[in-house]
Design a protein around this ligand. Structure first.
Ligand code: NAG
Ligand code: NAG
Length: 419
């Protein structure tokens, strides 16, 4: 082989290589193009599913748009089992309390003030409509996929009975719980804060859990409280939220009204809307109260916010275990730690202070109660506590006449004792 031939051979190979690289680039470009246009279509379809026609829309100071949607057009009615559902405008029974809320409210008026939602400053929804926080394109694009939007990423239930597995998902808790009986609901008054979140894919929440079944694949859970979740809402505001699942966060359930399931009847309170004001260090303390209970007649799980707002219900058919009763109730805080290699996030739980600092600094749950089989609110018996790393987030229980069973909880996350 002469020199010329050799170099021609080389240049032919080079040409082939160049062509190959070119076609690889254009192939992947084409693939990317169809992917992105398919995604756009999926996002648009999902937005059309979630955002129902509005009778009226209200712009909230935090940038949210609240759509007043006719009650019969809400997302719940996309569910095939709810096509012929006759909406129930009030529960048949309401549990009777241990604590007369009005009396408690009077006593604590100086330090606990009633809560409103921020969007109320710019208007209210008319009768026969429900307020729905509008989902925007960018809300869905922040999620890892269209399907993942509005759902919890992993199982996030503290396995109090099995602490070995507690670290698996990066979720950390400081909670109080009862189990070993049949429960028909739970109530708590929850102190509201705005914890700092280190990274947008983390969150911090304070809530109650109504749990049925075991911590296996078919766990049933109803959850309600407040949360800060930059990925879900696009900001650091504290928001009222609910969650439900009937298969341990796999295929069923979602936050708020982001899938069909919960039937809302209330025209004043929007799920996922900002709560304002929030508590300040050594300043005014603001509380919300949440009651979830099972209507003994129809078997639906109802939710009430504050003393005045019955929000609506989760129909009994959504659940397996919870169609009968709950086997465990939990109250407390949860954060996601997304730091790798045993490092800890500085995402705060509650006020970001440890429980021992007490009123005005630490966050709390007070008057925690359970609903028994006779539909009465009772003090919980045999409270247990659970944390994965009490040096990061901790919990301390107590009881007295005004606050019934209560606990302080929370913490700063990363600190010298929680590296
Ligand atoms: C949320 O808070 C983090 C810091 O805690 C900040 O970096 C981020 O810009 C905030 N996001 C918004 C939308 O305000
Ligand atoms: C969780 O992990 C931390 C360190 O990453 C460890 O100190 C702690 O003991 C673990 N907790 C449980 C309950 O396994």
């Amino acid at each position: 082989m002469g020199f010329a031939q050799l170099s021609r051979g080389r240049s032919r190979r080079a040409l082939a290589l160049t062509l190959c690289v070119w076609s690889l680039i254009s192939l992947s470009c084409a693939a990317r193009l169809t992917d992105s246009s398919r995604q756009k279509l999926d996002v648009q379809k999902h937005l059309n599913r979630l955002n129902k026609p509005a009778v009226k829309s209200i712009k909230s100071p935090d940038g949210d748009i609240i759509d007043c949607v006719h009650i019969s057009q809400q997302p719940a009615f996309d569910h095939p089992y709810l096509k012929d559902h006759k909406i129930q405008m009030r529960p048949n029974y309401h549990p009777e309390g241990l604590f007369n809320e009005n009396k408690v409210a009077e006593k604590t008026k100086e330090r606990s003030n009633p809560q409103v939602q921020l969007w109320h400053t710019n208007g209210r929804c008319p009768e026969d409509t429900i307020p729905v926080r509008r989902t925007r394109q960018e809300d869905i694009l922040r999620a890892s996929s269209v399907k993942a939007y509005g759902r919890k990423k992993q199982r996030s239930i503290p396995k109090s009975a099995d602490p070995d597995l507690a670290n698996e998902s990066g979720h950390q808790h400081a909670i109080v719980y009862v189990n070993g009986d049949k429960y028909y609901g739970a109530k708590a008054t929850i102190n509201v804060w705005e914890p700092k979140i280190q990274q947008p894919n983390e969150f911090s929440l304070s809530q109650l859990w109504i749990l049925g079944g075991s911590f296996g694949e078919d766990l049933n859970s109803i959850e309600a409280g407040w949360q800060v979740s930059p990925d879900l809402y696009g900001d650091n505001n504290t928001r009222l939220f609910t969650y439900w699942t009937s298969d341990a966060y796999q295929a069923t359930g979602c936050y708020n009204l982001l899938c069909s399931g919960f039937i809302q009847i209330n025209s004043e309170i929007a799920m996922g809307a900002s709560i304002s004001p929030v508590s300040g260090l050594r300043g005014s303390q603001y509380d919300i109260s949440i009651l979830v209970w099972k209507d003994p007649k129809e078997g639906h799980w109802w939710m009430q916010f504050g003393n005045d707002y019955v929000l609506g219900y989760w129909p009994s058919f959504l659940f397996s275990y919870l169609a009968d009763s709950a086997s465990m109730i939990e109250w407390g805080g949860e954060v996601v730690n997304s730091e790798p290699d045993g490092q800890h996030t500085s995402t705060q739980m509650g006020s970001g202070r440890f429980p021992e600092e007490g009123f005005g600094k630490s966050s709390y749950f007070r008057n925690i109660q359970v609903v028994d089989s006779s539909n009465n609110l009772k003090a919980p018996k045999g409270l247990g506590t659970f944390t994965e790393q009490s040096n990061c987030y901790d919990v301390q229980t107590g009881s007295n006449g005004d606050w019934g069973h209560y606990f302080y909880y929370g913490g700063p996350g990363k600190n010298p004792n929680c590296p």
